[in-house]
Design a protein around this ligand. Structure first.
Ligand code: SF4
Length: 338
């Protein structure tokens, strides 16, 4: 009896990786999926990469392992050997890390190769031919990555050379148009796939500037610090503290969820308005005054001459009421936005 051939697929849950899994599965290969989750995934509670990957793995009847990345990923974000893309996205180093980890998982689980939904030329930084070669070499996975969507544009991989998979059943898609993938999804009866617009916040210039600011003051941020970067409007306090202003009810709740001992939480007294968090090692009275003005300025009481703002130190029984002018915040919004 011939041994069952096994492969590990990098499954983001997006259309490309779904198609790639299906094309390999159709050849009788047993596929196990890996889904890497970074704190920079642009996910919401209603739609996340993890959920999409789970849905896809259930649809295909394959095992899924979700791999959260933090410490090792932050090293890559802070010091990428191959530089950044348009924001703070270290795509080459990120892919090298993921392929290395996928390779370790492959060897530990008796699989023979890796499958990805990469399409040549689809992403400007990591899916150029030269970048793909660098990633393969640096991850130690040269020849062991099968890309069913673009396979015929590459030299045959080892699995293709050895006949473990049939290269003639693979495709030669390239570029940024998604039309070929959408057509293929219809042919393969893959209907319910998420919009490809999600993605990684590191490519967003505004988020990248915010992250740079955080890393300048806190070179070793916690995961909570990073998650806080994804919420609200951000301002810089004079002591190096960060002031985070929730923009709606959902963000106010998130700000509250992320606060911890030592943080200050501010809300307007008697007015609907934002939940505001102040975080820093040396939060001083000037920071709280600024944060209180912002709290008042973004509240429904912003037309009042003055209003009260409650400032609570999380984890301690301390509450201060500051009486501030909401109008002071107008100049602040511009000056200390960060
Ligand atoms: S966009 Fe983000 S997740 Fe994707 S390769 Fe680049 S750094 Fe990694």
């Amino acid at each position: 009896m011939t041994e069952q051939m096994k492969a590990i697929a990098l499954l983001s849950g997006g259309l490309d990786s779904r198609l790639a899994v299906k094309l390999v599965q159709q050849q009788g290969i047993e596929v196990t999926a890996l889904n890497f989750v970074t704190p920079f995934c642009n996910c919401t509670a209603k739609s996340s990469c993890k959920m999409e990957a789970r849905k896809a793995s259930e649809e295909f009847g394959i095992a899924l392992r979700v791999v959260p990345l933090f410490e090792e990923f932050m090293e890559v974000v802070k010091r990428p050997k191959h530089g950044y893309g348009s924001g703070m996205n270290p795509c080459l180093d990120c892919r090298i890390l993921m392929f290395k980890m996928a390779g370790e998982y492959m060897r530990a689980n008796g699989a023979s190769f890796i499958v990805t939904g990469e399409v040549l030329g689809e992403r400007p930084m990591s899916q150029r031919l030269d970048a793909i070669r660098i990633i393969e070499r640096a991850s130690g996975m040269a020849g062991l990555i099968v890309r069913p969507l673009s396979a015929r544009l590459f030299e045959p991989s080892i699995p293709e050379q050895k006949g473990w998979v049939d290269r003639t059943a693979f495709l030669s898609i390239s570029g940024r148009s998604r039309k070929p993938q959408i057509k293929l999804a219809e042919e393969l009866d893959i209907g319910d796939y998420p919009c490809p617009a999600g993605g990684c916040l590191l490519t967003d210039k505004v988020f990248a500037a915010r992250l740079r600011g955080l890393l300048k003051d806190h070179p070793d941020p916690t995961k909570n610090d990073i998650l806080l970067c994804k919420v609200g409007r951000h301002f810089a306090g004079s002591s190096g503290s960060r002031i985070v202003v929730g923009r709606n009810e959902a963000e106010n709740l998130r700000v509250e969820q992320l606060c911890g001992p030592g943080d200050w939480l501010l809300t307007a007294v008697d007015w609907v308005g934002p939940t505001v968090l102040v975080r820093g090692e040396r939060v001083n009275d000037a920071d709280l005054e600024t944060a209180a003005q912002l709290t008042a300025g973004y509240s429904k009481g912003r037309e009042e001459p003055r209003l009260d703002v409650s400032c609570k130190l999380v984890g301690a029984d301390t509450e201060t009421i500051k009486n501030v002018s909401p109008h002071e915040s107008l100049a602040l919004k511009e000056a200390i936005s960060g």
